[in-house]
Design a protein around this ligand. Structure first.
Ligand SMILES: C[S@@+](CC[C@H](N)C(=O)[O-])C[C@H]1O[C@@H](n2cnc3c(N)ncnc32)[C@H](O)[C@@H]1O
Length: 462
C-alpha cells in the first residue's frame, strides 16, 4: 500500500521513535504516529509522505496498549508538553534505555560496553526548576499566560496546574497573570507586534527556596513597582527582574534583567557545592536528578589528585568545581561570559582555587595560544589531563572540537549528553580517534517527555 496524505489507515504500534512518536509498519513503509504508544492499535490519518517513511496522527484508539495509562494532567489535550504521560513510567524508562542502546548501535556502531540500569525518579512529576511561559490573548481578548498550544506558535494554553512545574512555580504564574489583569496590562501580539507582556521565566532553587521571576516585555512601563508588589505578596518570590525585548523575535531574550526585587540569581546546592545561578545561565532543569547525574559523571571521571582535568561546556562550573576537589588543576571552558563570571565567583565562595575558567568558544580551541594542559596531549608529561569531561548542547561537539579534545590525550573521556543521537555520532568519531566506549548510564532527567540524558565513559586505547 502507498498511503497518501489524508488517507485513513489502521496501524499496530510496535515501538517508539526517538522524538516520542509511535512507530508502525505499513507493508515495508515505516509510519511515525503522533499520539500513539507501543501496543496500541489505532486508526490514523496520514499527514505526510516521504520516500522512505510516512507520518500520521491518531484519530481513533481501536485497542489501547496494556501499558497505556490515563493522563493525569488536565491540560494534556491542548498543551502537549508531556507527550509520554499516557505511557506507564516503567515503560517510559524501558524505552529510553532501549533508545540509548539503539542509537549507539545503529548510528555509532558502538557495542560491547557495560550498560548500567537507567536511573528514574521515585515521583516523576513536578521536577522542573525552570519554566518559560508565554503571554497571549484569548478570542474574547482575555490575557493568557501559559504554554504554547500543541503545534501552534500563536495560541497559548493557560496552564493553571502544569504537572512538570512545582506548586510554587504554578503559583507564581497565577500571581503574575492575576496582577497583569488587575492592572490592565496587555499581552504583546505575535501578529501585530503591539502590546507589552511577552514571556515570563520562573526559576526555583530546590535547596535554597529561592524563586526568581524574569518578566520579558516590549518596553519599560509605569506600573512595574505595583506589579512586583502584588506578585511578591501573592507568591513570595525572592527576586523579580524585567528584561526588555524590543525585537520581533518571539523568544525570552533581551536587555536585562533589571532587578526590581532581590538579586539577579538563584542559589542551588549540587554535588556538595553552593552555586549562584544567574537568571540567564544554564542549569540542569531537574535539580533532584542532577545529583544522580553528577554523581555518575564524577565517578566515571575519577579525577586524580596529581593530574589536571578538563571540563568543556562548563556553564557556571557546577561540574568543574566538584571535579577540582579531586584533581590537581581543572581547565574549564564556557562560551557565555556571564556564566564564567558566576563560575569564578562560585569557586571563590567555595574556597576552590584550582580551576581556570576560560570564557571562550570550545570550537576554535585549536587556535588558542599554547597552554600547558590544553596542549599536553603531544607528550606524556605530568601536564596530560587524566580526564576530559564534556557536556555539550544537543548538537554535540563539532568534529574539530572533538579532535582537539581527544588530542589532549586523557585516559578517560566522560561525555554527558542530552541527545543520544549526537552522542552516538561523536562516539563513533572518538572510536576513530583512539577511544573505546566502556560504560553507559542513562538518567531520566525529563519524565513524561521523550528527552534522555546519558553519561558515557570512553577510555583511551593504550
Ligand atoms: C548542557 S550545558 C552544560 C553546562 C554544565 N556542564 C552544567 O551541567 O550545568 C552546555 C553549556 O555549553 C555552553 N556552550 C554552548 N556552545 C558552546 C561553545 N561553542 N563553546 C563553549 N561553550 C558553549 C552553553 O552556554 C552551556 O552553558
Amino acid at each position: 500500500m502507498t498511503p497518501r496524505p489524508g488517507d485513513i489507515v489502521e496501524l499496530d504500534i510496535a515501538t517508539l521513535a526517538y522524538g516520542g512518536q509511535g512507530v508502525a509498519r505499513l507493508d515495508e513503509l515505516v509510519v511515525f504516529v503522533r499520539g500513539a504508544v507501543p501496543g496500541d492499535c489505532v486508526r490514523a490519518k496520514v499527514t505526510r509522505r516521504k520516500k522512505s517513511y510516512a507520518e500520521a496522527r491518531v484519530i481513533e484508539l481501536l485497542t489501547p496498549s496494556p501499558r497505556r495509562i490515563a493522563a493525569v494532567c488536565e491540560h494534556t489535550e491542548d498543551c502537549g508538553g508531556c507527550e509520554w504521560q499516557t505511557l506507564s513510567y516503567e515503560a517510559q524508562l524501558e524505552y529510553k534505555q532501549q533508545q540509548v542502546v539503539d542509537s549507539l548501535q545503529r548510528l555509532g556502531h558502538l557495542e560491547g560496553y557495560e550498560l548500567e540500569p537507567i536511573r528514574g525518579m521515585d515521583v516523576p512529576w513536578r521536577y522542573r526548576n525552570k519554566m518559560e511561559l508565554s503571554f497571549g490573548e484569548a478570542e474574547d481578548g482575555e490575557l493568557l499566560l501559559g504554554l504554547h498550544r500543541r503545534g501552534s506558535w500563536r495560541e497559548i494554553v493557560e496552564t493553571t496546574d502544569c504537572r512538570l512545574a512545582s506548586v510554587r512555580i504554578n503559583r507564581a504564574r497565577q500571581a503574575v497573570a492575576d496582577a497583569a489583569r488587575a492592572l490592565g496590562l496587555r499581552p504583546y501580539g505575535r501578529d501585530h507586534h503591539h502590546g507589552l507582556l511577552r514571556h515570563l521565566v520562573v526559576r526555583e532553587g530546590l535547596s535554597s527556596g529561592d524563586l526568581l521571576l524574569n518578566l520579558f516585555v516590549a518596553a519599560r512601563f509605569p506600573e512595574e513597582a505595583e506589579l512586583v508588589a502584588r506578585v511578591a505578596a501573592d507568591c513570595g518570590c525572592t527576586s523579580f527582574g524585567i528584561t526588555v525585548n524590543e525585537t520581533p523575535a518571539d523568544a525570552a531574550v533581551g536587555d536585562g534583567p533589571h532587578m526590581l526585587l532581590g538579586p539577579p540569581h538563584i542559589r542551588e546546592r549540587l554535588a556538595g557545592v553552593e552555586l549562584q545561578v544567574p537568571a540567564a545561565a544554564f542549569l540542569q532543569t531537574n535539580s533532584a536528578m542532577c545529583e544522580t547525574l553528577y554523581a555518575i559523571a564524577l565517578a566515571f571521571a575519577a579525577p586524580e589528585a596529581s593530574r589536571p582535568a578538563v571540563d568543556l561546556y562548563c556553564g557556571i562550573g557546577s561540574l568543574s568545581l566538584p571535579l577540582a576537589r579531586g584533581a590537581r588543576q581543572v581547565q574549564a571552558v564556557e562560551i557565555q561570559e556571564e556564566a564564567v563570571v558566576a563560575a569564578r565567583e562560585n569557586a571563590a565562595r567555595s574556597g576552590i582555587t584550582n580551576v581556570d575558567f576560560h570564557a571562550r568558544d570550545v570550537r576554535p580551541l585549536l587556535k588558542l595560544p599554547p597552554h600547558p594542559t590544553l596542549d599536553a596531549g603531544r607528550d606524556d608529561g605530568a601536564e596530560r589531563p587524566a580526564v576530559v569531561m564534556v557536556d555539550p548542547p544537543r548538537a554535540g561537539l563539532a568534529r574539530r572540537a572533538l579532535q582537539r579534545a581527544a588530542a589532549l590525550g586523557a585516559e578517560r573521556f566522560v561525555y554527558v549528553s542530552c541527545n543520544p543521537t549526537t552522542l552516538a555520532g561523536n562516539g563513533a568519531e572518538l572510536a576513530e580517534l583512539g577511544y573505546s566506549l566502556r560504560r553507559v548510564a542513562a538518567v531520566d532527567m525529563f519524565p513524561q517527555t521523550h528527552h534522555i540524558e546519558t553519561v558515557a565513559l570512553f577510555t583511551r586505547n593504550s
